[in-house]
Design a protein around this ligand. Sequence first.
Ligand code: ADP
Ligand code: MG
Length: 522
Amino acid sequence: MRHPNVPESRPPLEETVALLEKAQEVAHIGSWVAELDGSDRLGWSRETHRIFGVASGEFVATSEAFFTFVHEDDRDAVRAASRAAITEGHPYDVEHRIVRPDGTVRWVHEQADIARDPQGRALRMVGVVQDITDRRQLEDQFRQAQKMEAIGRLAGGIAHDLNNALTAIAGYAELALGGIPVNHPARADVEEIKHGAERAASVTAQLLAFSRKQLIAPRIFDLNDTVTSIARLLSRLLGANIEVRTALAASLPPITGDPGQVEQAIINLAVNARDAMPDGGRLDLITSLDDLDEAFARAHLPIAPGRYVALRVADTGHGMSRETLARIFEPFFTTKDVGKGTGLGLSMVYGTLKQIGGFVFVDSVLDRGTTFRLYFPPATGQPAESAPTPRSGTDESRRGQETILVAEDESAVRNFVASALRNEGYQLLLTGSAEEAVRAVTAHDGPIDLLLTDAIMPGKSGIELANAMVAERPGLPVIIMSGYTKETLTVSGLTDPVNLLRKPFSPTELRRRIRTALDRRA
Ligand code: ADP
Ligand code: MG
């Protein structure tokens, strides 16, 4: 007999069950009921069977059988949670691993309620199980990325400070050697100090390289191929209301790098573009071979003039404010809601380009769109580093009378530079920051003949200082001191290796490099 309140149109039971099963399948959430009457009976839905990797016919579900699926390392915890839920009324809410009959390990999230009789005795446990393996994997990757970043920063920071100390130790040791007679007994000791400092410096050099480097599998490849294959994927990834267009250069010189990383970089840019175009729009991927001239390079520091393989990724999205633009490459900088943005997408793009000696720039106009420009050095380019060759005729011991502006925040290094140059005849303006250097220049009447600056200082960087000074005094020789590796420096603006003085350096090297830079100007 039909209940009077049930409308005619109510779907039959089978249909309801089918709908429920479909919903479970879509959500990857299965349901289960465990009888607590001592029978050990356990009822699994179809999706629960799927999650555990067994067909419904070939498995008789019991609570004991369930525990054999639970990963052995998690079994005690799951048992305890279940016991606590039944006897103490704790909520049953656990994440644990299961091992399917075929050996694959999956992560599941289980939640359950206990049905009780009026006396409070537990009758059955009614629960759901969700396969959360994909989410766990993403979380692991994210944690890994965070860890690498933290390690990189820590290693880089320690190595950087240590390097400054070593510059002073090795430098002063060499200065001292200059004053110790050849057969003086202290000579050997000081030589040992110098060698010890040099050995330590080779360790810091490796640490610096690591902190700026990911492991990559570099190959020589054609950017057009990468863009073509990724564009196909992007049209699907970005959805129907975003039009993906490509415009490829007729032919491009190959580039060096990890193609997988470059693909990932393009995907990161495309995903950002999608987020910036919630109502749809257009994404253009344009490759070209660009000859960048001096004027361009000056306006786009730190890039050096020359020929680059270029990729433009342009969207018609909401663009960015200046404040946002200034910070987008910082790890963990995001303007998106918690859970939506990690702030790591563009850091990865930046790191990838940086590592292969490339550059990334961005132009954005609010409400109009954003264009990222990626420049890759052609694989057939010049060798990455050419050691500075002292010009013939450059006499190390030649005395100078020029004025040298020194900017270095580390006082040990600053004092060492002063000692190394003390008897060379130069006039020194010693400053501890870019800001101080600017003030010293204003206060000084007379020319500045050379700028010797640390690359990275608190406040304005040495690179900014150099740019500002060269803008006012075209042709001013600049030497930048840095502990960072070649790869880093390429991106920090010091693309001309001749202008780079790698820390630690010896007084002799310092004098020679200064003399060379001054003579080259003449
Ligand atoms: P996430 O996307 O996780 O926030 P990203 O490093 O990829 O991290 O990007 C950092 C921020 O840069 C974004 O939160 C967003 O504010 C801004 N951004 C990046 N790409 C675009 C774009 N194409 N249009 C507008 N804003 C963008
Ligand atoms: Mg992003």
